[in-house]
Design a protein around this ligand. Sequence first.
Ligand code: NAD
Length: 432
Amino acid sequence: MSGQTDHANLFDDARSRLEEVCQAIDIQGDARERLMQPSLSLQVSVPVRMDDGRLKVFPGWRVQYNTTLGPAKGGIRFHPDVNQEEVTTLSFWMAVKCAVVDLPYGGGKGGVKVDPKQLSKLELERLARGYVRAIADIMGPDRDIPAPDVNTNATVMGWMADEFDHLARGKVPSAITGKPPELGGSLGRVAATGRGALHVLDLWAAREKRKPEETTVAIQGFGNAAYHFARLAHDQGYRIVAVSDSKGAIYSEEGLDPDAIMEQKQRNMRLHEMVYCDDSVCIAENVEKLDRDELLTLEVDVLALAALENQVHEDNVDRVKAGALLEIANGPVSSRADERLEERGVPVLPDVLANTGGVIVSYYEWVQNRSGERWPEEEINRRLAEHLERQSELVFERAEQEEISYRRAAYRQGIERIAHAIELRGNCQDSE
Ligand code: NAD
């Protein structure tokens, strides 16, 4: 994506972080070898009949990085910049993330190289169904369970789940998570990533004896993850002074109201019967407009990154003036930039912990689908809060005891768990 690290380097970057963790916690031999490569990588072509009768073929990928702890789990991204390197890196991060929060999952990720905003609703549905047909052989509740990611939402997951049911000749709701509740989706899933990020921020703020009302926050991105984070943080008293999206940024010293901004965007969306909110946050009135990337350099207490990977990099990190960073997106800070922040003593609440709310509630969806239960939203939110508190405290304590960054502590926690499971499984899989 944008930024200074190209896609090939993204995976190298991720692997060098892995190398460093393996050395620090003395993971050698089998586990290290296995973790350096994805276990399965599938490239597909997705033919789509366009509304005007032409056929267009979109390249797509699904990567299962590691499935030692359980079936692969991870979202599907529709974006013009998607490529194999990016999907592989995202699947690696998913493997680490699921292990950091102790879920019985490996890591997976998928994507299609497409600008979905150029497609009609029917074309988008055909693309979603075609992608599922292309990867169906490696999917399933015990093999690989997709979910939403950038530009794919509950509506898209509903089409995908329906397509998988057709192929399976029966109902298999646990094959895909993030579905609409009417089709077996979990209550609370849509807001879960933002809610989870807020829990992690709250837990950290409590340790720092920092009160929400004394904390200013700037948020990069105003999509699914960012909006729910913004709304819940605003309700809790944090002052959201700036938000941005791909088209621009807005600022208000007194604080913005995320619901008012979303309400305006959705009104236009309903009017035009769209699947995505295509309006920018810049439609908000009575606020200052900023250049999109100026938001990254604001003097705020917390900079929440909720757009795409590699947004804070070697060339702009020294202009970042926030007191702390919260990574809601996957990989928004490059490893070089991360080192600089560490040298400057700027705490970073890392993606592999801070954005796990979505996958945790996806796990609850999978459990509900498999058991035929439906849990009330309060119960889901309570479980999510308890789950994140347990795992976050382990990361925070480890960081304190070993005098390392939160990211290093989280990676050590996750990689240690995967490596231990690899050792316990013995040697059978090496002769497959
Ligand atoms: P989304 O498509 O709903 O939103 C992405 C937002 O980022 C949009 O508002 C877009 O305009 C904005 N954006 C894109 N480029 C930008 C730029 N250069 N500057 C500012 N804004 C920009 O996607 P999402 O589901 O909210 O995902 C956002 C991030 O969170 C991704 O990294 C994704 O992998 C990660 N994530 C999402 C979930 C989830 O449950 N949705 C879970 C875990 C992690």
